[in-house]
Design a protein around this ligand. Structure first.
Ligand code: NAP
Length: 316
């Protein structure tokens, strides 16, 4: 039987590329010199797209591939995929939820603790010989007794909350609607929650509804002793406002795993002693990335076997 043709939008980890190569005829979108012409040349044969939360799939791409049957994405965030276009075309979109929740939540908790204890600065302090030359480092801040406001109490947000329980903090949260059975205090208004919080953790999806949900007003409410932790998407935070707030001391600290224009990070954030900057590594462990890759492969295999998909995002 002829292997179905699959368009891979951006490079995936080597083991996943190999598994895809074994099962499908692969076309590597990122290697097309002229994207439009390259796409047109393979358009009729392509039956599946393998992509990531970062590379996504545009409306133009979805409509150019006349025989497209499935989009299988590596990552839980689908804001870079034009879901309405896929739905219009009757194309199911799958993602990789749950398998990454634990590591992403751990990254958020790790950033929160690291920011509160100036962990990275402390490491630099030792390496720079300052312990010897300047003596003990300035004191840092305890998390115990503080309030953590979580924006988006979904799979990752709820796991962050659960894990934070052992640190003696008060968890509060904001989302589009209250959830029955959740005991943490709910805030309808993000600014109000930021005003009451010492740490603001962003764990909602990207996309239009959350664009700049953390803006200058929210940062002002968080205040000079407050810390911002972003594990969601760069688009959820007004990055210029963060730069301005850090410079003016409007907020105290920031731990950021995601940025507006990755992999570019504003120089002011790099230069600041009060930021912890990670290169979008929330889910980046061997174990989790392998599980995510397996789910991308499983969804494609299920589709081409005519079986129900494991993790379909859009209702068709
Ligand atoms: P999820 O289970 O769908 O949770 C998202 C939560 O955000 C839901 O509870 C949802 O509320 C809430 N939400 C939706 N719109 C909102 C709004 N306008 N304001 C506030 N909250 C809103 O997704 P997840 O698996 O937890 O993943 C969350 C996001 O994390 C992903 O979309 C992705 O962008 C990001 N992520 C980042 C990394 C990384 O490496 N840094 C890795 C994985 C995921 P309802 O429950 O009421 O719908």
């Amino acid at each position: 039987m002829r292997k179905p043709a699959v368009l891979v939008v951006g490079q995936l980890p080597p083991k996943i590329m190999q598994a895809l190569e074994d099962a499908y005829v692969l076309h590597r979108y990122w290697t097309f010199e002229d994207k439009k012409k390259g796409l047109a040349a393979v358009a009729d044969s392509i039956r599946g797209i393998a992509t990531t939360g970062h590379y996504g799939a545009s409306r133009e791409m979805i409509f150019a591939l006349r025989n497209l049957e499935i989009i299988s994405s590596f990552g839980v965030g689908t804001d870079a995929i034009d879901i309405p276009a896929a739905t219009e075309r009757g194309v199911p979109v799958t993602n990789t939820p749950d398998v990454l929740t634990d590591d992403v939540a751990n990254t958020a908790v790790m950033m929160l603790l690291a920011v509160s204890r100036d962990l990275v600065q402390a490491d630099r302090y030792v390496r720079a010989g300052k312990w010897v030359s300047d003596g003990n480092m300035p004191l840092t801040r305890a998390v115990r007794g503080k309030t953590v406001g979580i924006i988006g109490l979904g799979r990752i947000g709820a796991d962050i909350a659960r894990k934070l329980d052992v640190f003696g903090v008060t968890v509060v949260w904001h989302g589009p609607r209250p959830k029955p059975g959740v005991s943490y205090r709910y805030y309808e208004d993000v600014v109000q929650m930021a005003a009451d919080a010492d740490y603001l953790v962003v764990a909602c999806p990207g996309g239009e509804s959350t664009h700049h949900i953390v803006n200058a007003d929210v940062l002002k409410a968080l205040g000079p002793e407050g810390s911002l932790i972003n594990i969601s998407r760069g688009s959820c935070v007004d990055e210029d406002a963060v730069v301005a707030a850090m410079a003016a001391g409007t907020i105290g600290w920031a731990g950021l795993d995601v940025f507006a224009n990755e992999p570019q990070v504003p120089a002011a954030l790099i230069d600041s002693e009060r930021t912890l900057l990670l290169p979008h590594v929330g889910s980046a462990t061997e174990e989790t990335r392998a599980a995510m890759g397996n789910l991308v492969i499983e969804n494609l295999a299920l589709h081409f076997a005519g079986k129900p998909l494991a993790t379909q995002v859009n209702a068709l």
